[in-house]
Design a protein around this ligand. Structure first.
Ligand SMILES: [Zn+2]
Ligand SMILES: [Zn+2]
Ligand SMILES: [Zn+2]
Length: 138
């Protein structure tokens, strides 16, 4: 929800300006990791500059509204992330990313604690596979 995103920006002292709104919506609609230049391509004709795409993506990552990943060439790519705790399922064919609510959570954390003698505070977990669309076309 863009209203949630606005609230999360405002809570940190940022306004959801027109360009930021357009960029957030485009990143969410992309449903996959996008570099700034890839997102800029999707925004052609929307009078949003590449520099503000860069800045907004960095801001979103800093605020926890997006997840940042380093690509092989050193460029960062970004994925829209909703505020609730979730995991990702990633298609290795087309790159589509979906958020999932299923969480192995405490059981897995306790197992890791037993094995490592760490106290586990949080976790990240992504699943990789082939989506239904790629299975039928591929
Ligand atoms: Zn996410
Ligand atoms: Zn796919
Ligand atoms: Zn979890």
């Amino acid at each position: 929800m863009l209203d949630d995103d606005a609230a999360r920006l405002q809570a940190r002292g940022y306004r959801l300006t027109g360009p930021r709104r357009v960029i957030i919506a485009a990143l969410r609609d992309a449903g996959r990791y996008c570099t700034a230049s890839q997102l800029y391509e999707r925004l052609r004709g929307r009078s949003v500059g590449l520099a503000s795409v860069y800045r907004t993506l960095e801001l979103l990552a800093d605020l926890g509204l997006a997840e940042r990943r380093a690509e092989a060439g050193g460029e960062g790519s970004f994925l829209y992330c909703s505020p609730r705790h979730h995991h990702h399922v990633v298609c290795t064919g087309c790159g589509t990313v979906r958020e999932i609510d299923a969480c192995p959570g405490d059981d897995l954390a306790r197992a890791v604690e037993r094995e490592t003698d760490f106290r586990i505070d949080r976790h990240k977990l992504d699943f990789y596979g082939v989506c239904a669309g790629c299975r039928t076309t591929g």
